[in-house]
Design a protein around this ligand. Structure first.
Ligand code: CXF
Ligand code: ZN
Ligand code: ZN
Length: 363
């Protein structure tokens, strides 16, 4: 099967032919139909996110189960499934508290063993998924069956970006009807966050991006106001739009110290700042120590939208099927497996939302 393989950080990927190892008792084999290209794939490629190498990139995909291991009962051949990179143990203190996104065992899955052979040796699946390939092999617990009427190129985005963005707003921030929300960064996850705010009934949804070309997609996803950060002082613009107070919720989807600080400054006293963007390991943020206390703001991280894939992916699929979630609005382009490097080039330039690699005929 053909796969987008990264051999060394900082180097371009190449499409290689791999042979999957034999299926385990608890595993499923999936023929991918679509895979989104996520910013985390770029981070693995440039070395800012750790990964076992060589690896097949990708962790946001959907496909059809083609084989199940002897002990698998929850899914069957022919099922349409969304792949997830978090496989919580359901027994640890985090899982028992309902914080499956923080399960340390879930992380172990993401850094598990090799799954395929290349002519020069073993290959690992990025985040236990390796979705930028025609096929993959993964634990049955890492796939979530979805209704067959949901197009698989939309279902793919439920594996990471949509779940992360919508969950950050509905679950972590718990936005309520009538509140005001600022979303900084209008890539795929930012657009999903905007749609989450629309679902929550936010009265004011302010979308900000350094690239003005991203803003029409933000408006199409439900933003009521937009700020071109290349052109305006973000905090000043948000204060102007909110009568000087700032927003109830600042949602940061960039992962840079300056935008984290801007989210903090643009949030009202007593409001909540939710951090979704992944910053580099060595970066730090400076915040005014007195105001950190005196303004009574809450700052919270959001991993995977505080979602449990088994519980939340079917809910998001239902919302998409009923037209309440517009996944097509997140798709900038559909590409073939040979064009993933072009998707990275656009991502570095801050252009577009999701590039979606399609493997088979449209489903
Ligand atoms: C990432 C966010 C940072 C931690 C690892 C997972 N999410 C997916 O792209
Ligand atoms: Zn991702
Ligand atoms: Zn756990």
């Amino acid at each position: 099967m053909r796969a987008v393989v990264l051999r060394d950080v900082g180097q371009p990927t190449a499409v290689e032919d791999l042979a999957l190892r034999r299926i385990g008792d608890q595993e499923v084999r999936v023929r991918l139909q679509a895979s989104g290209v996520c910013h985390t794939d770029l981070s693995v490629r440039d070395g800012s996110m750790p990964a076992l190498l060589p690896c097949t990139l990708g962790h946001e995909g959907a496909g059809i189960v083609t084989e199940v291991g002897g002990a698998v009962t929850a899914v069957s051949t022919g099922d349409h499934v969304v792949l997830t990179w978090n496989v919580p143990c359901r027994r640890c203190p985090h899982c028992l508290r309902g914080e499956t996104q923080l399960c340390p065992h879930g992380l172990k899955h993401a850094f598990g063993g090799p799954y395929a052979e290349s002519p020069t040796g073993p290959v690992w699946p990025e985040m236990g998924a390796g979705t930028l390939a025609e096929e993959t092999l993964l634990p049955a617990a890492a796939v979530v069956p979805v209704d067959q009427s949901l197009p698989l190129d939309h279902a793919a985005l439920l594996g990471c970006g949509v779940t992360t963005g919508v969950g950050a707003v509905l679950r972590t921030a718990a936005v309520r009807p009538g509140e005001s929300v600022l979303v900084i960064g209008c890539g795929g996850v930012g657009l999903a966050a905007i749609q989450g705010a629309r679902l929550a009934g936010a009265a004011r949804i302010i979308a900000a991006d350094r690239n003005a070309a991203q803003l029409p997609a933000a408006t199409a996803s439900g933003a009521t106001d937009t700020v071109d950060v290349g052109d305006a002082d973000l905090v000043g613009a948000v204060r102007d739009l909110t009568g000087g107070a700032g927003v109830d919720h600042g949602i940061e989807v960039v992962g840079k110290p300056a935008t984290i600080r801007a989210a903090f400054d643009a949030t009202r006293r007593g409001g909540a700042v939710t951090l979704v963007g992944a910053a580099g390991f060595t970066e730090s943020v400076t915040l005014p120590a007195l105001m950190l206390m005196a303004d009574g703001k809450k700052i919270q991280g959001s991993v995977y939208g505080a979602s449990d894939p088994a519980r939340d992916i079917p809910v998001l699929a239902e919302l998409a099927l009923r037209g309440r979630l517009d996944i097509e609005a997140l798709v900038t382009r559909r590409i073939g497996i040979d064009d993933v490097e072009a998707a990275f080039t656009d991502m570095v330039a801050g252009r577009g939302a999701r590039s979606v690699v399609c493997f088979g005929p449209p489903s």
